[in-house]
Design a protein around this ligand. Structure first.
Ligand code: ADP
Ligand code: MG
Length: 709
């Protein structure tokens, strides 16, 4: 964000010969502000505040208000409270362990309370008798009631009680710059700065998004009448950010589409109708919708570049098969690439079953083929005429030639590099591309993350699937858990036991898994056929173990997290997960997806003694099988970057907006961005001048995306 004055205004002033009056402007350096010397200016710069206008854009990260303050007399032991009181005594005390504790006693009209900050004796310098403190934290019993502040704000000395009844902004601060000082600075200049702020958004946009104008919003976030008002102001600032990002992403998408020449398939409804008639089930609404979106893309002369997203078991394969048939009834060839041989084989088998009534057999191409089979497969692909090739990255090898590759489908797309995906695409002439992913990301988020892709989401499970019973069991129940697993094994079922393996502690983890494997083989599973599967095994050995498990030649698979995504063993009904607290929720969800694939009731047991926090997290996981809900919770807990490498996607960091909290706002922003770009793709209309300015000043990419001429 920049507050530099528009050059026209400058120009106008120069012409009229008026020298700018030495008054406050948005671009006045902070050093000119009263109360800011060189030292403070340095601290402010660390927060990104260099000119007066930056103060306005330094947004409180939270608020305290009287409605959240507990009268001291009611601050009960065991509760987490916010209190407001005047410091009547203070000092630094040593403890027996040598830790120095800053203590203060605060008082309000109802009583007194002791506050303690262990290890922070330096607070003695900044907190004085007579200061009013607003503190939040747990109340404990320690020779009497005592609050250990998690956060606090020093309001300074003031008239009795004035802090109460008011909403207080709490700003992100930095060392050497207290929240109080920042608040004072904003407060002091707010009235002078607000009238200088110009609205970048048109009335129409403001009205449709139902957000306040910028100057109002800034007043609301800095000096709100109520928490609700603060939220409304914040929403406006978040919306502005989201709209900018959506404009960039949607414009990038628009340009990419225009540039992508491709093929226009004709929806002949020959093979696809035959499949529909032969299907042993009815498609879900989500599948029908996704197929319609894909058909639409394939009919258009532009090149399809679509991501099909659906939770484990949502039924992506059949959607992919419909798109394949559409290409094939146009005489084209199709290639489906999967990340492992096992998955490729599995696809070949299930696609083969689906297409048997149509007399179509897919051609499998993996590294496991013998020389003769391989030659036969290669010559099939090189012949003209429709063919459905399914394989691993063996499909992109140099020796592979397609007569006319019209559609490329990539399963578990995140397992491939950009390079490999492009290589497969290059085997044909601008083939349509369908990417598939089982990572459930809410649609609006996916659209924001993958700007240049179109996205279809399967957000509905096929009916009749048995829910997996998920339970959390403590160490005390360990023997019982394995006893239960044995009863399932007695019924002819199969069992997974999963151990976490984290890169940073790989050696120790692998050792632990191996030790446990040996204990299981010697103990509860001594009568069973058990194998240990981990990532350090050679790939063919790993595949061999998975194959034996799939074919029922193994009863129990003890595995680190390498259990193949998407592998389908319908007879496996029990998954025991050790150290569940060490997994992310989405990872647990992927693992749990390995059971519950067949008709029988399945179970997922999270085994171990976990802390209260983890228990809550895992309890949430146990209560739902909705991958999108789980992904949301995971995102909230771990943050975007961690989960999706948001940086890799070129997603700008948001200052105010939060893609999860502001999902609805983001949807509105995307809708409006599409609408705006439809009518004025380069943002040259008079209504969009402010927006254009906002984008070009704030985002380097905008210069390219909205270049005129
Ligand atoms: P994923 O999205 O995880 O790749 P699959 O395509 O493997 O899921 O489908 C999972 C299972 O659900 C398969 O056994 C498939 O036959 C079945 N299935 C797919 N669509 C439906 C449907 N509409 N009704 C019933 N079963 C379905
Ligand atoms: Mg799949």
């Amino acid at each position: 964000m920049s507050w530099r004055e528009s050059s026209e205004a400058e120009e106008r002033r120069r012409r009229v010969g008026v020298r700018p009056a030495p008054r406050l402007a948005l671009d006045t350096p902070v050093t000119y502000l009263k109360g800011v010397g060189p030292a403070r200016a340095t601290h402010l710069a660390r927060l990104g505040i260099t000119v007066a206008g930056d103060l306005l854009r330094h947004i409180p990260h939270r608020y305290e208000d009287a409605s959240t303050v507990t009268p001291i007399v009611q601050a009960a032991v065991g509760n987490d409270v916010t209190v407001l009181g005047k410091v009547i005594a203070k000092g630094v005390l040593p403890t027996r362990k040598g830790l120095r504790v800053f203590q203060a006693v605060v008082q309000d009209s109802t009583g007194m309370l002791e506050l303690a900050w262990p290890g922070q004796p330096f607070l003695d310098r900044s907190i004085n008798q007579g200061d009013w403190l607003l503190c939040s934290g747990p109340v404990r019993f320690f020779h009497g009631k005592r609050l250990q502040p998690r956060e606090f704000v020093n309001l300074g000395p003031q008239e009795e009680g004035t802090a109460g009844g008011r909403v207080l902004a709490v700003y992100p601060s930095t060392e050497g710059l207290s929240v109080r000082l920042l608040r004072g600075l904003v407060e002091q200049h707010l009235d002078a700065l607000l009238p200088l702020v110009e609205e970048p958004l048109s009335d129409a946009i403001l009205r449709e998004a139902d957000v306040p104008a910028l100057p109002d919003a800034l007043r609301m976030v800095h000096r709100p009448e109520s928490l609700a008002e603060a939220a409304r102001g914040r929403a406006r600032l978040a919306f502005e950010e989201l709209l900018c990002v959506q404009l960039l992403q949607r414009r990038a998408n628009q340009i990419a589409r225009e540039a992508r020449g491709g093929r226009a398939f004709v929806n002949r409804r020959e093979l696809t109708s035959q499949l529909r008639a032969a299907l042993p089930y009815t498609l879900t609404h989500a599948q029908v919708r996704a197929i319609r979106e894909i058909v639409h893309d394939m009919e258009s002369p532009r090149r399809m570049h679509r991501l099909l997203q659906g939770d484990v078991g949502a039924g992506k394969t059949v959607v992919a098969v419909f798109s394949a048939l559409l290409a094939m009834e146009n005489g084209s060839q199709v290639a489906l690439m999967a990340p492992t041989e096992l998955l490729a084989e599995q696809h070949a088998r299930s696609v083969g079953q689906l297409l048997a009534p149509l007399g179509i057999t897919p051609v499998l191409l993996t590294g496991r083929l013998g020389a003769r089979e391989r030659r036969a497969a290669l010559s099939r692909l090189a012949e003209a005429g429709p063919v459905f090739a399914i394989g691993t990255h063996a499909l992109v090898q140099e020796a592979v030639h397609f007569a006319d590759l019209g559609l490329v489908i990539i399963d578990e797309q995140h397992r491939f590099g950009v390079e490999q995906r492009a290589q497969l695409g290059a085997k044909g002439e601008a083939p349509d591309v369908l990417l598939m992913s089982a990572t459930p990301i809410p649609r609006s988020l996916a659209l924001t993350l993958y700007g240049d892709l179109d996205v279809s989401v399967l957000d509905e499970r096929p009916p009749g699937r048995q829910p997996v019973t998920t339970v959390l069991r403590s160490e005390a129940a360990r023997a019982k858990v394995f006893e239960f697993a044995n009863t399932q094994l007695d019924e002819g079922r199969q069992v997974y036991v999963v151990y976490p393996l984290i890169e940073t502690s790989e050696k120790i983890d692998l050792k632990a898994a191996t030790v446990m494997y040996e204990q299981l083989v010697a103990g509860p599973f001594s009568a069973r056929r058990v194998a240990l599967l981990h990532g350090k095994l050679p790939a063919d050995e790993r595949d061999d173990i998975m194959r034996r498990f799939r074919d029922g030649a193994l009863d129990v698979l003890v595995a680190t997290t390498v259990i193949e995504v998407g592998i389908d063993v319908g007879n496996a009904t029990v998954m025991i997960i050790e150290h569940p607290e060490r997994f992310g929720l989405s990872q647990l969800h992927q693992l749990r997806g390995r059971v519950g694939r067949g008709a029988a009731q399945s179970f997922c047991v999270l085994l171990g003694d976990v802390g209260a926090e983890a228990a809550e997290r895992l309890g949430m996981f146990a209560s739902t099988e909705d991958g999108f809900e789980i992904a949301r919770a995971d995102l909230r807990l771990r943050g975007m970057g961690d989960l999706f490498g948001a940086k890799q996607h070129g997603l700008p960091a948001f200052k105010v907006a939060d893609l999860l909290r502001d999902e609805a706002l983001n949807d509105t922003a995307r809708r409006m961005a599409d609408q705006i770009l439809r009518n004025d793709p380069l943002l040259v209309g008079p209504d969009h001048a402010g927006l254009r300015h906002l984008l070009t000043v704030g985002y380097a990419r905008a210069l390219d995306l909205f270049r005129v001429g």
